[in-house]
Write a protein that binds this ligand. Structure first.
Ligand code: KIV
Ligand code: NA
Length: 264
């Protein structure tokens, strides 16, 4: 695949091949993750609490996310770039959602958009897909609804599994090209994945999904402290940066930097 398109993800699913997705919010990480072969880069509303200093995704605005989306879409040569619609920018009506999605495509250069919700977002998904905008849905635990859902908790346990399946089928029927499932029991996510034609992307949803996604600062250890159980830490970037910053600081203070070779 020279340039990842939405249909490629479906073809990978049909062939039983998995794909990967990471968040990215800037030029240099987009270039690195693209070079690594990650198929999908999500300019998540998680920029709110990973880039912009907020503690949740709720406050971030369209105007804040668009420049980050543009930075990523300009920087990839292969990956599919997903613009994440923030809280309040699409829930009011299909028309509101469509107009917001258009901004992510035109101003952000996104290749598609993501929104949170299942059955209740079907009209929005239909409007966008009919209007030429591919949509990735996001069901299970949906962070923008944290306060309605009563905090960070696994969705779809026991009888609630039926709800996850209904949401998944509803977004597929509405035209979504893929669906993220967050914090859903592995067996439920496996069943949904088997029943859907469109690819599923898990985050805290076991290893039977067609793809996986993580927030890069979590996965590569820039953020430390208490991380959700579904995060695996592939690197310890915080330590690397902390050591480098301390070395720089002490060499500046001692006068060791800049040395003659750094001086004109
Ligand atoms: O904003 C985000 O990072 C996300 C992923 C975790 C799916 O929505
Ligand atoms: Na998000």
């Amino acid at each position: 695949i020279r340039r990842v398109r939405t249909h490629h993800l479906r073809e990978l699913k049909q062939r039983g091949e998995r794909f990967s997705m990471l968040t990215s919010y800037d030029q240099l990480t987009a270039q690195v993750f693209d070079e690594a072969g990650v198929e999908v880069l999500l300019v998540g509303d998680s920029a709110s609490n990973n880039v912009l200093g907020n503690s949740t995704s709720i406050p971030v605005t369209v105007d804040e996310l668009l420049p980050l989306t543009r930075a990523v879409s300009r920087s990839v040569s292969r990956a599919l770039v997903v613009g994440d619609l923030p809280f309040g920018s699409y829930q009011a009506s299909p028309e509101q959602g469509y107009l917001t999605a258009v901004r992510f495509m035109k101003e952000g250069g996104a290749h598609c958009v993501k929104l949170e919700g299942g059955v209740e977002m079907a009209p929005q998904i239909e409007k966008m897909t009919r209007g030429g905008i591919p949509v990735m849905a996001h069901i299970g635990f949906t962070p923008q609804s944290e306060h309605a859902l009563g905090g960070y908790r696994v969705q779809g346990r026991g009888d609630a599994a039926e709800r996850i399946l209904r949401d998944a089928l509803a977004v597929q029927d509405a035209g979504a090209f893929s669906v993220v499932m967050e914090m859903v029991p592995g067996d439920v996510a496996a069943e949904v994945t088997a029943k859907l034609e469109i690819p599923t992307i898990g985050i805290g949803a076991g290893n039977q999904c067609d793809g996986q996604v993580l927030v890069w600062q979590d996965a590569f250890g820039l953020r430390t402290g208490k991380l959700p159980r579904f995060v695996k830490q592939y690197a310890d970037l915080r330590s690397v940066l902390l050591d480098a910053a301390r070395a720089y600081d002490s060499e500046v203070k001692s006068g060791a930097f800049p040395a003659p070779e750094h001086t004109f």
